[in-house]
Design a protein around this ligand. Sequence first.
Ligand code: SF4
Length: 233
Amino acid sequence: MNTIQIGGLVSFTTIDYPGKLAAVLFLVGCPIRCAYCSNPHLIPVGAGEYDPDKVLEWLRSRVGKLEAVVFSGGEALMQADALFDYMRRVREMGFAIGLHTNGFYPENLARCADLIDWVGIDYKATKTNYEKLTGVNIAYDHMLKSLDVWANTGKPAEVRVTCDPRFVSVADLREIAMDVASRGFKNFAVQKYIPHFEEPENPTTAQMRNAFFADKELRAEIDSLFETVAWRE
Ligand code: SF4
């Protein structure tokens, strides 16, 4: 077994696994290069800063206090061999297992699916802009395969879109929502793009970032497609 490489840890969160108190482990390595990545330090494959055995020990001390452990990244499924074993050990402690994924590894998702209770999957753009946003031309097709792999498990999920107006238009968001609903997903999230660099923002750009949330007709249309839609402004 390879050793899992953990590059970050959040010890307590109420927002990363629906309805459960959770810890989040951020795994090192990501196969794509999103233009708006908020975790660029986790993209390169390399050694994680956290000792996996010590993290397991710490998780053992959280039994009865936390309910779930979420694996995030980077892209956690990039370390599929090590992840599979590590998830199994975390699950044996009684935690629910969550996964945040960009969907790049459908085969690895299928392999780990029995160990995972809930996933959050990114649907980053329509096919036209996926490569421009992620830098990888096969990322869109892989993501769609991952959606179908997970839909076939029948387990809960949230499919999310980050509405960066450079890569997603209001029409694109409508198209994505319809595609996600047609694949049988019940929970959808629309996330506002927040630029992470401190720079004065052009008012037109700010207006474009708000447009997804200001369009009442669009909101009602998307709300009608799912059981829940989280509008994260
Ligand atoms: S999938 Fe996540 S970690 Fe990877 S480049 Fe995109 S935003 Fe960054």
